[in-house]
Design a protein around this ligand. Sequence first.
Ligand SMILES: Cc1ncc(COP(=O)(O)O)c(C=O)c1O
Length: 354
Amino acid sequence: MYQGHGGDLTAVQDQLGLRKEEILDFSTNVNPLGVPGNGLKAFRNSWAEIGSYPDPYCRALRRKASIRYGLPENHILAGNGTTEFIFLIPRAFQLKSAVIFCPTYQDYEEAARLAGYPVQDAFLKLTPDIQDLHAVLSGLKGENHLVFLCNPNNPTGSYFPAENVRWLIKTHPGHLFVVDEAYADFIAGESVSLLRFPLEKNVIVLRSLTKIFSIPGLRLGLAFASEEIIQKLNDAKEPWTVNTPAQRAGETLLGEKSFIEKTGRFVQKNRERFIKKLEPVKGFYPLPSAVNFFLVRLGEGLSAGRLKDQLLEKKILIRNGGDIKGLGPEYIRLAVKKEIDQEALVSALNGRGG
Ligand SMILES: Cc1ncc(COP(=O)(O)O)c(C=O)c1O
């Protein structure tokens, strides 16, 4: 298992002898507005059902997803977070190699290697042009490569409009694309999502529910693709990976349209506010982002590892860019949180020694 994810609060808790609730976590990109109340209620009500096996086909959940996204149910699969699919897809298809545009979410590489794929890393600028990706794909030997594309991208927070991604997929029909839209809901208006268009035959779109609905501990994700691809994934998938509480919560959460809109507005306002607060901090150069996290380039001799340690002493956790391929110790990643939490970070930064 890849060791460098953010949000390992248990490790921090053990290291510092703190309770998890005492740690101010800027390293995990979950919705600062928390879990919508109806989702919590559905989760609690599901406890009466845990004496029997969950529906292995997640029928009711897929029905709700079908209404929400306007795609037939046989084009939808539910998983134990999208992590299940990131690891299942390379196993289910025997393709030539995995192509990864760095910097990006690190589990793609881990999943590909575990499935025995050679990995082709393409190092791009932090805000690439779709033509940069096209150039990488045009240089590949032959067809049948597995191409991972995180859109919007973690850790940069940049994104391509759906039209551009669609163009890329159509231009390279011989490869299988995994388009991970874990953070698409954080952009108001959804101009980023491929699900607005009919699905191409060579794409799998992943949608995490854990980020937008703040349920990373419950785990829930969806995959959208052609009927043939969904069938193949289903054949290779373990049964019962989505437990009943996750299914029931998800059925309700998929109807929370206004919560998503509210989140989009909240994140935009608080990201801008947060960046303004950080700009005057010595050695801090926040980079633009479209979502609920952003990168900060560090200058004036600051290093991400040292800064992370200093902040941990103040019970604050940040993501060290030095652990992310294609970034380096001159970068940190911060999640957008409420103003009171932003203030706590800024005051810890201003109060720290050299
Ligand atoms: C880009 C991206 N994709 C997928 C995941 C995994 O999410 P899930 O909780 O749905 O497994 C993460 C988690 O950090 C992520 O950042």
